[in-house]
Design a protein around this ligand. Sequence first.
Ligand SMILES: Cc1cc2nc3c(=O)[nH]c(=O)nc-3n(C[C@H](O)[C@H](O)[C@H](O)COP(=O)(O)OP(=O)(O)OC[C@H]3O[C@@H](n4cnc5c(N)ncnc54)[C@H](O)[C@@H]3O)c2cc1C
Length: 422
Amino acid sequence: MSGRMQDAADIVQAATGARYDVAVAGGGAVGAVLACALADLGATVLLADPWMGVRNSSPAFAPRPLALSLASQHVLVSLGAWEQMACDATPIESIHVSEAGRFGAARLGARECGVARFGSVVAAAALGATLRDAVARRSAIHCTRGRIVDADVAGDLVASRVIETPEDTSFSFHASLLVVADGGHSELRDSLGIETTMRDYRQSAIASVVAARTARVRTAFERFTPSGPVALLPMGGARYGLVWSCAANEAQALAELPDREFARSLDAVFAGRFGGFDPVDERTLFPLRLVRAKSIVDERVVLVGNAANHLHPVAGQGFNLGMRDVACLAEVVAAARRDGSTPGDAAVLERYRRWRRPDHASVARFTDVLVDVFCHRFSPVAPLRAPALVALDRAPGLKRALARRAMGFGGRVPRLALGQLP
Ligand SMILES: Cc1cc2nc3c(=O)[nH]c(=O)nc-3n(C[C@H](O)[C@H](O)[C@H](O)COP(=O)(O)OP(=O)(O)OC[C@H]3O[C@@H](n4cnc5c(N)ncnc54)[C@H](O)[C@@H]3O)c2cc1C
């Protein structure tokens, strides 16, 4: 498939006072997929982002590997957005979890869990390019370059404004529903008075691509070290996407090391098992925090993706959780359209809230506990970590249950995540 890249010239200038079924603030991965899913239901969508149409620069698609769960992959297949990316995606067929300096590891094989793959690894930039094309193919999506600010509810509509980039001019619009998908530092969420809880991990993640001298194809590695988790995600051949989380000052120092010393430090983390590494790509730093919105719905407003839950990247869950937000929201909006109600109706948003809350709570708790248990030298449960990995390795039932959740199939699974229409 050779979709058309969206250029600034393709951006539709929305007229002041225009009316949409849904306005999406944020054209990152979650906002873009949601806009496609809603357009496929027949909704008119305004998609706004200050980086819209600016190629290869959006911070939302900054260089990093993304492990997509099988459920996320199904969502992209359902929207016709997978085929284009498939040739750049590497399947994950096994996962190896270990702790630096201790014996014992847990190995999970996709086959023993009843699937051919747990998911796939893609570069964020490849996902960004695919989604730009997917958005550009849908005429029901009006893209605009700018940020959505403020929201006033009047009757069955929300009135809002886009401040255009870079001109700083603005236009107003109305929508039945305003979706806040503007990421973990969501200014829109804050301006709407939606409170958050925050934990600063005082860690940063270094993302990059490395080549291993001895690679184990299609295997993902997660190694817990006293200063943080290090993930190697297969990206084809000997290449691995690296996500190395550690104390912020340590990460800064590692990011500044010459290539050879950086490769040596990484080799030491894996006790030489890969026979050495060659850096392939630049290193990008991401500060790590847990930020959770106390409420994910408000009057004619709904939060999705990182704007609702900004997680630590350990276990690679943030985008996958956001894809389940998209799939559930698309399903409740589809049901609303069949019933003759509008997407922003309180009952529709309440259905979304009740469906998403347990998944949000358990995934946020899981990643937070992983950081506490595995990433601190003096954790009270430190002596239990290695035996726990060995026990997991010998418990096929537990492995299958864990894998099922990690693939995005825990709880009530939305139809898009099963590859069906909502
Ligand atoms: C190093 C690293 C590795 C990761 N690995 C994985 C992984 O393997 N698997 C996984 O599932 N997740 C992973 N994640 C998490 C994942 O990247 C995020 O959860 C996901 O990309 C969030 O997407 P989003 O669209 O919600 O937010 P963002 O990507 O932050 O996008 C928000 C968008 O909103 C725009 N915006 C801001 N303000 C406004 C406004 N007022 N109006 C309109 N637009 C606005 C921004 O320009 C931006 O484009 C990783 C994260 C990191 C840092």
